[in-house]
Ligand binder design. Structure first.
Ligand code: CO
Length: 496
């Protein structure tokens, strides 16, 4: 067996174990009885050690250098390049650091839940400060191995080649035009009449509506599931993709929009190139590309009159008729713009402000320039300036609102705004190529969109970088222009 073939075999083994790890995580979030947490943590920890052992096996270094001398096809060459990269990352982090991080994440997660319930930043800070120190060390080591600045090394983990300078160049124009745009849209919408839906909406009914919409978008229920969890997520591999949502009986839009979002993630994940399953080349290109696929469905497709006309009969069949289910009203409901403190509840126009704030603060926290104790004060000032929202004194609506930091995730937030930009730019390119899409969508025909996304995004896996995917699909490098044009056409040009 060639060295490269042996590397592929080993990578496939890791992939299969990681798939089981993912299913165990899904089960923990969806099904596990509360007393199962201790034994599950032990079992998943054991599996994690096993996987890490395979990833850092010293024999891999020799195999990689031997494979470098073998004659390979172009795609295999690219796959080998990605293996080298994975190996660099795996070897950059000593086992003790990996273990310490997971312990500190455990403590910070627990402290976060409690601190959030009690609006108690200092008690979270006690658990978070040592985690930040650990993340700093981790970023330093990754940066050394990848020859990158520490924060860039964290960005690079989610999107290879991405730097803070590049993110700032992308986001700076948004910072300039967003405040005026928000003010104009809010003023314009103040003149519109919108009917709120009248609940209650029983959970079973909402679930049936969700399933109907997923089917409409082409989700394959023979290769995936929809379940309930406290925080919605998508997990899985082609052939078995699971998404989750959460329901409130008082209204049905939160779950509905969440389901459309996760369905977009699921369609991408399910359609990664099958020939490369188990290999780095068959993985998603980046967090930003993944998010762009969920946002293509959530923000490009769903908030349209054509889509509203599709879901109106589904809602009426399940919950009976009511004036709010009129398609024009559904469209207005899905496009309400109102500045608020909470990122995950934000509409698409004010959402970028939440990411600008996090993209500014994270590098300062990581470098130590902003001490953990001073985060709430900085957050309050910045939120006031960006959205004119006062959260001072209420950190549950400020720096305590996100789960990401307590999980040790730094460098991830920018991908949400990049994803929105990519979705807007892909959406514009797709509509240019398929001007009849609104008529197709009004008939519930999403095959054309899925074929286009499949050709331009899904089938590439990790073969291309984020940047290369966007350039090839749209003929231009990524910029904020398409997002701005999308906002203007949806919120300022069309008659209310
Ligand atoms: Co998402």
């Amino acid at each position: 067996m060639s060295a490269y073939a042996e590397l592929k075999r080993r990578r496939a083994t890791i992939y299969n174990l990681e798939h089981l790890q993912g299913i165990a995580t899904w089960d923990r979030m969806v099904n596990m009885p509360s007393r199962g947490s201790e034994v599950r943590a032990a079992a998943q920890g054991e599996l994690e050690v096993l996987i890490q052992g395979l990833q850092t096996d010293p024999a891999i270094g020799d195999l990689l250098s031997a494979a470098g001398d073998e004659r390979l096809e172009a795609d295999d060459e690219a796959n080998l390049g990605l293996m080298v990269r994975e190996q660099k990352v795996a070897r950059a982090l000593p086992e003790a650091l990996v273990r310490r991080r997971s312990e500190l994440v455990g403590a910070a997660s627990q402290a976060w839940g409690k601190a959030k319930a009690e609006n108690d930043w200092p008690s979270f800070a006690e658990a978070f400060a040592p985690l930040v120190d650990c993340l700093r060390e981790r970023a330093d080591r990754l940066g050394e191995a990848m020859e990158l600045a520490p924060y860039d090394a964290l960005l690079d983990e989610h999107d290879r080649g991405l730097t803070l300078a590049a993110v700032q160049a992308l986001f700076d124009p948004v910072r300039a035009w967003l405040p005026d745009l928000i003010r104009t849209v809010v003023a314009r919408q103040a003149r519109e009449t919108v009917l709120q839906t009248q609940g209650p909406f029983p959970v079973e009914g909402q679930r049936r509506v969700g399933v109907a919409i997923m089917s409409l978008l082409g989700f394959d229920f023979d290769a995936g599931r929809l379940d309930v969890s406290a925080h919605p997520f998508m997990i899985g591999i082609p052939g078995d993709v699971r998404i989750t949502t959460r329901y409130r009986e008082s209204e049905c839009f939160q779950s509905l929009v969440g389901i459309v979002h996760e369905t977009g993630h699921a369609l991408y994940q399910s359609n990664l190139p099958p020939a490369w399953r188990g290999q780095p080349l068959g993985e998603p290109a980046s967090a930003a590309i993944h998010e762009s696929q969920s946002l293509t469905f959530e923000r490009q497709v769903a908030p349209s009159r054509a889509f509203a006309a599709q879901i109106a009969p589904i809602l009426r069949a399940e919950f009976g008729d009511q004036p709010a289910f009129d398609p024009d009203n559904l469209f207005r409901l899905m496009t309400r713009v109102r500045p608020g403190a909470i990122r995950v509840e934000a509409d698409e126009v004010t959402y970028p402000a939440h990411i600008l704030l996090r993209t500014e603060i994270e590098p300062m926290i990581l470098s130590g320039e902003l001490p953990v104790a001073d985060i709430p004060a900085w957050w309050g000032d910045r939120m006031q300036a960006l959205l004119d929202i006062d959260v001072r004194g209420d950190d549950t609506r400020g720096a305590l609102q996100d789960i990401q930091w307590s999980q040790g995730m730094f460098g991830y937030f920018p991908s949400y705004l990049q994803g929105a930009m990519i979705a807007a730019q892909l959406g514009a390119a797709f509509r240019q190529a398929h001007p009849d899409f609104p008529e197709q969508a009004a008939r519930g025909a999403f095959g054309g969109l899925k074929t286009w996304l499949g050709d331009n995004v899904w089938r590439h896996g990790s073969r291309l970088t984020t940047d290369e995917i966007v350039r090839r699909a749209t003929g231009r490098p990524l910029s904020a222009d398409a997002l701005k044009a999308h906002f203007e056409s949806r919120y300022l040009e069309v008659a209310p």
